[in-house]
Design a protein around this ligand. Structure first.
Ligand code: AMP
Length: 289
């Protein structure tokens, strides 16, 4: 596996890789601290493309003031080993100056409306930072396909809209959520959780499962689904009593493309939750059947 540090070298590699007819380049954008969720994206890229690049960049423009940019987990050597093991051809690990050569306040991609919904409502400017860095990565790597996790479902919607609006020739592929055996969605931020917080963090996946089983029983009223997830959180707060706080950020049933609320759970609708467990903000979701 080759480690590439500059945009020019990445573009050169991508163009050389695609010079043979039939070859396809896949890109897996990440912020590192790679886990089995990231590994599943690399494998999906490997299965669908002849050449695979994994990008590893903790993007400062998607973190708000006071968020965890400086303490975000960084594990370059372990990330290299995982990416290589899963079959990546290239690990693209640029510096901040390489991706933002004119400083952070330069050109931004703003997805009006969509960018302010769900996580964008709680984290102002987050999706502007995400869209900007993903645009930079797509321009640099010129991939045929880029692979994202449904875990960050609102991010998928934002990226898909950006690709459609700006006419990128990259297909956006969303891959299923990878979970721990007990249901917790894998996340680099799970590393922040103390054992007491880890136990409380299961509330998110429990709420998601409760909603999935209600839908399986035929319930499709959004209000009822939201109330059921809300009930799982209330029960958890009562059951745990004292200790780290469990605080809902949002519980929402939305259209996955627009992120606007819907009243009825039609197939393909996104049911999403975000909650603080202690100081750590976690997200989870399901795409309804
Ligand atoms: P991150 O490094 O957290 O920015 O994530 C990089 C990519 O991995 C994003 O597209 C995420 O949605 C995806 N991802 C993160 N966690 C998971 C997971 N548990 N299952 C599947 N994909 C994931």
């Amino acid at each position: 596996m080759q480690i590439i540090r500059t945009v020019d070298d990445l573009r050169r590699w991508s163009r050389a890789s695609r010079s043979t007819p039939g070859n396809m380049v896949g890109l897996v954008p990440t912020m590192g601290a790679l886990h089995a969720g990231h590994a599943s994206l690399i494998r999906a890229a490997r299965d669908a493309c002849t050449h695979v690049a994994v990008s590893l960049f903790v993007n400062p423009t998607q973190f708000g003031p006071g968020e965890d940019y400086s303490r975000y987990p960084r594990s370059f050597d372990a990330d290299c080993a995982l990416a290589e093991r899963e079959g990546a051809d290239v690990l693209f690990a640029p510096s901040v100056d390489e991706l933002y050569p004119n400083g952070p306040a330069s050109t931004f991609v703003d997805i009006a409306g969509l960018g302010d919904r769900l996580d964008g409502a709680s984290r102002p400017g987050h999706f502007r930072g995400v869209a900007t860095v993903v645009a930079k990565l797509l321009i640099a790597a010129e991939p045929d396909r880029a692979f994202f996790g449904q875990k960050d479902a609102a991010q998928v919607a934002v990226v898909r809209r950006m690709v459609a609006d700006l006419g990128f020739a990259t297909e956006i592929v969303a891959c299923p959520i990878v979970r721990d055996a007990d249901g917790l969605a894998l996340s680099s931020r799970n590393a922040y959780l103390s054992p007491a917080e880890r136990a409380r963090a299961l509330t998110l996946s429990r709420a998601i499962r409760a909603v999935e089983s209600l839908v399986a029983q035929g319930e499709c009223r959004g209000q009822m689904l939201i109330a059921s997830a809300d009930g799982v959180f209330s029960d958890a707060c009562s059951a745990f009593g004292s200790g780290p706080e469990i605080r809902i950020d949002y519980i929402a049933l939305v259209d996955w493309a627009t992120l606007l609320p819907v009243e009825t759970a039609a197939p393909g609708a996104l049911f999403a939750v975000a909650a603080y467990i202690g100081a750590t903000r976690l997200i989870d979701n399901t795409i309804l059947k």
